[in-house]
Design a protein around this ligand. Structure first.
Ligand code: F6R
Length: 591
């Protein structure tokens, strides 16, 4: 997803901007560009592909500029479509994240008025609209252009004539970094962490004008003050810390992430406040991708423990279902807090009068402004595009929610808390034995198709395992309820299609073993994920990934860590770009 950077201060702007853009690479991009304002003109550099390793770029000595990493939506990745985009007279340059939905009629009108367009992007209309309104004051021109735009945007504008940056946001993330005598504007905090840990989270409708002497934020034309937050992440948090890939580092952070998330909400007992759920008739989870799989685990666990009916919807499909009732609790799970589909689903829920809770990993993210209540996972920044530690943190929050919503007795809750507190050690034991998982991952690297199966709690685990495998190794992997295979997918089985079976020792156990036998009878190699006390399963499968024994409801945690490692080592053996898989973005801010 696109990344934005702006800088004004005393350092060479091109170097600051490029190093900040590199910190946003995790969002995914296909082209990039920088514009600096120097000597009454704009110097622009754009390129397709990665920024690369060059440490210093020579656009000029200017100390003000903007930059962008583009993830193509309107128009293919190309130099001309890369941002920054300029007006006809090359006096104004802008970078943009989001989508301008009405760009076509705007473009047609502007062309009739004499504007010349060069790109296929929706973004270019913004530069021309600002140009049209520019009478020597960039802020006024931006403010005059905004009412014409329909859609979502985070924009930073610069002009050749004034030493200032003007930035604004609506439904796309944007933060202001406040340094000593220098200011940064960016899509996300890692971009500025090298320079400052003082950050303002801008809100929808904010327009910020930044000069050397400070910044002023207006919303609806009225000056507003926004809190400067101190970000506790260190720059090291956002770097690899000796691991070959962010993904592996982040999987290894899981024990600490569980501890940190528990620390926030558990003492002797569970302190999480769930009063937001009082009197709720149903819980509806809305989420995408991995977060959707966390929600599915939530359905099993919350229904089982509390008896409250739970619905789980893909956020992108939520619009096409009946609106929630006013007594519903709608829970958006989104690690980034910026996923456009999830935000839109939650807005719909609010319009219907439902209570809205967000579970997110990012302080101040857009979802926190929409939701009535927020629960934070405490996973720290996740840079690898594939969600790993944040998924586990989501599960931990879901367990806590389920326990608090349940009818459990005090001693049952204490037992559960004890089990939760043991989880970090259980996960450490999986990480200590990752060599075995690596061997199996390397075995899988030669295949092109796979199936993942599970029953009950094992089903969302299978879905998530398959998603991890396909997104980073590019092996076609499908997750199925184990009982569904015989209703069609059996036709795909055979020795060229390995099957990963998530085997949980609960009421699904015997029947899952039967399903494994059916698969083996069709010659597929079978890899079972099972706990170390399971002495039966190895008789029927080719490999077993052993995980420490935990209470059955926590198997999604241990099994998922094992499946994340399995996908990682398969992808590594295949030589894939693990942290930045092709075509994917970390933060999907378009619907
Ligand atoms: C997969 C992955 C994605 C995200 C999805 C939702 O590894 O990371 O499927 O889970 O894009 O993202 P969030 O949780 O930020 O809403």
């Amino acid at each position: 997803m696109c990344g934005i950077v702006g800088y004004i201060g005393y350092s060479k702007a091109d170097n600051v901007i490029i190093s900040s853009l590199k910190r946003l690479e995790y969002r995914g991009y296909d082209s990039w560009g920088v514009a600096i304002s120097e000597g009454g003109r704009l110097n622009v550099y754009k390129q397709v592909g990665a920024i690369g390793e060059v440490e210093s770029y020579e656009l000029g000595d200017s100390t003000i500029g903007i930059g962008h990493t583009r993830w193509a939506t309107h128009g293919k990745p190309s130099e001309v479509n890369a941002h920054p985009h300029l007006d006809c007279n090359k006096r104004i340059a802008i970078v943009h994240n989001g989508i301008i939905e009405n760009f076509l009629p705007l473009k047609e009108r502007l062309i009739k008025e004499g504007h010349r367009f060069v790109s296929e992007t929706d973004t270019e209309v913004i530069a021309h609209l600002i140009e049209k309104n520019y009478k020597g004051d960039l802020e006024k021109a931006v403010v005059a252009a905004l009412p014409e735009l329909k859609g979502s945007y985070a924009i930073v504008a610069i002009s050749s004539k004034e030493r200032k940056l003007v930035a604004c946001r609506y439904k796309s993330p944007l933060i202001l970094g406040v340094g000593d005598g220098e200011y940064f504007i960016a899509s996300d905090v890692p971009a500025v962490l090298e320079y400052t840990n003082r950050v303002v989270y801008l809100e929808d409708g904010d327009v910020v004008t930044i000069t050397d002497s400070g910044y002023e934020i207006k919303n609806n034309g009225v000056e507003v003050s926004r809190k400067v937050e101190l970000v506790s992440w260190s720059i090291e948090d956002a770097e690899k810390g000796g691991y070959e890939h962010f993904m592996l580092k982040e999987i290894h952070e899981t024990p600490r992430v569980i501890e940190d998330t528990l620390l926030g909400y558990v003492s002797e007992t569970i302190d999480l406040d769930v009063s937001f759920a009082a009197g709720t008739s149903e819980i509806i989870f809305v989420a995408c991708g991995t977060s959707y799989h966390a929600a599915l685990v939530g359905k099993y666990v919350i229904e089982e423990m509390s008896g409250i009916p739970v619905r789980v919807e893909y956020a992108s499909e939520f619009n096409y279902h009946p609106a929630p009732l006013s007594r519903s609790l709608v829970v958006g799970i989104t690690q980034s807090g910026e996923t456009a589909d999830t935000l839109e689903a939650l807005r719909k829920a609010k319009r219907a009068g439902a209570r809205v809770l967000a579970i997110t990993n990012v302080l101040g993210s857009s979802v926190t402004r929409i939701a009535d209540y927020v629960i934070y996972t405490r996973a720290g920044p996740e840079i690898g595009v594939a969600a790993t530690k944040t998924f586990i943190a989501q599960l931990v929050v879901i367990y806590l929610m389920a326990a608090k919503l349940s009818m459990l007795t005090r001693s049952e809750v204490e037992k559960l808390v004890l089990e939760l507190k043991l989880l970090p050690e259980r996960v450490r034991r999986i990480l200590d034995k990752e060599d075995k998982i690596r061997e199996i991952g390397e075995f899988l690297a030669d295949y092109e198709n796979m199936m993942y199966i599970g029953r009950g709690l094992g089903y969302p685990v299978a879905l998530e395992g398959a998603l991890k495998m396909k997104e980073i190794s590019y092996i076609h992997a499908e997750g199925y309820p184990a009982g569904e295979l015989k209703h069609g997918p059996f036709a795909l089985l055979g020795k060229e299609t390995p099957v990963v079976a998530c085997v949980i020792r609960d009421n699904t156990y015997d029947i899952t073993l039967n399903n494994i036998k059916e698969v083996k009878a069709r010659d597929s190699p079978v890899i079972a994920i099972a706990d170390e006390k399971d002495e039966e399963v190895e008789k029927y499968v080719d490999f077993v990934v052993r995980t420490p024994e935990v209470d059955r409801i926590f198997t999604p945690v241990t099994y998922s860590v094992a499946l994340q490692l399995l996908a990682y080592y398969t992808a590594k053996k295949r030589g894939c770009e693990i942290d930045k898989p092709r075509h994917l973005a970390k933060s999907v801010t378009v619907e």
